[in-house]
Each structure stands twice: as structure tokens, then as C-alpha cells.
Design a protein around this ligand. Sequence first.
Ligand SMILES: N[C@@H](CCC(=O)N[C@@H](CS)C(=O)NCC(=O)O)C(=O)O
Length: 226
Amino acid sequence: MSLVVLGGGGSPFVRKVRVALAEKGLDYQHDPVNPFAPPAGYRDISPLGKIPAFKDGDRTLCDSSVICAYLEKRYPTPALYPSDPYDYARALWVEEFMDGGLVPLVGPNIFLPLVLKPLLSGGKPPEPGAEENARKVWNEQAGPLLGYLENQLGDNDWFVGDRLSIADIAVGAILVNPRHAGFAPERKRFPKLRGFLDRIWSRPSFKKLIDEDTPVFGKRSALITD
Ligand SMILES: N[C@@H](CCC(=O)N[C@@H](CS)C(=O)NCC(=O)O)C(=O)O
């Protein structure tokens, strides 16, 4: 078997794929491609130039949702997608809600200005107003989306059904980036979601990546106090 994940560890989409691989007990190589300075020929594998891309021997794929769907068919056990048709669709929805709803808020307004730009500039502080804007977006725009997740989870352990699914992996993977930037769903406002995150982030599949990435991307996570 020669599985390769291409894409830097700071990407929530790369993280989603790496967690899915770990939950399936699959070994893989990690090639931390920078999408802004990709190796020659990268667009042959990922025509939009985005990360992650994936190799299974001489077969290549791109897009985290596509890659995870492929892994499920190729390595069905343990299943990461519910078998019930409605639960299956609901799990896909939660994944899309995170990828298409949370990432476009958190990426450009929180992770990029507070973590990535300072890192790439050799440690310069965030630009003036960046902290303020991040907090405003987190509270006012991400807040209602986190409220939706809180309600969807309710008193259940998992977002869909009675076991880990792609829905849980997506929620956990995407919310690591705000955590790295010093933002977590407040315990008082989102107690169920926060409890879920504590649980899922302590799974070996997540913990390994968080521990690996925190010294690089997650210095601000120490700012989370609640
Ligand atoms: N739908 C894609 C989104 C991938 C994506 O947007 N990746 C970002 C990094 S988090 C990227 O490669 N950005 C570089 C670019 O857009 O040029 C997926 O799920 O893999």
C-alpha cells in the first residue's frame, strides 16, 4: 500500500483526510505541499491548485470530501459514513456545513490574519484591527453557526447516529484552526459542542495532529481560557 496525502498540516481539509485515514487505521505518507508555492506538476493532480490531493499508488485524487468518500469505498472498515440513507445524507450535510459555512469565515478572518500571515512574515504581530475583526466575525457570524451545531448535537455523543462519522470528523477538523488562533466555542454558550470537541480532540487520530501542529500554528491556543 502506498497512500500519500499532499498538503500542509495547517489546512482543515488536509486534517479531515488525515483523521479519516487514522480512524481507518491506514498508514500513509504526508507531503506538506504549500498550495501557494506548489511543486511543479501539482495541478496535474489538483487542477484547482488546492490542498489536499491524494495518491493511492498511481491513482490520484483531490478535494477532501472526494478523498474521504473514496477511502470509505476502498477501505470500508471501520465505516465512517452511516448506512441509513437519511443519516448518510445528514452526515454529508454536516460536512458541507463545516466546509462551506465555517471555513470561509474562519480562514480569511481568523486563521489567516492571526496565525498564517504572522508566521509567514517571520513573526510579525497581526495587522492593526485584525484581532478586533476576528473577534467580531467569531461572535457575530460564526456564533449562529456554532449555535446550529449545538442544537444539532443536542444530548447525543455524535452528530449523526450512534458512532463516529464523517460529520464528527469534519466538525472536529475544521474547528482546530480557530483553536490554533485562540478561539473556541465558549463553554457557557455552547456547552454541548465544547464537550464534544474536548472528546473528539482527545482521540488519538486528532491528538497526534494537534500536538504536531500546535508548536507551529497553535501558540495562540494558550489564549483560550474558558
Ligand atoms: N473543497 C476543497 C477545498 C480545499 C481548499 O480550499 N484548500 C485550501 C487550503 S485550506 C487551499 O488549497 N487554498 C489555496 C488556494 O485556494 O489556492 C476540499 O475540501 O479539499
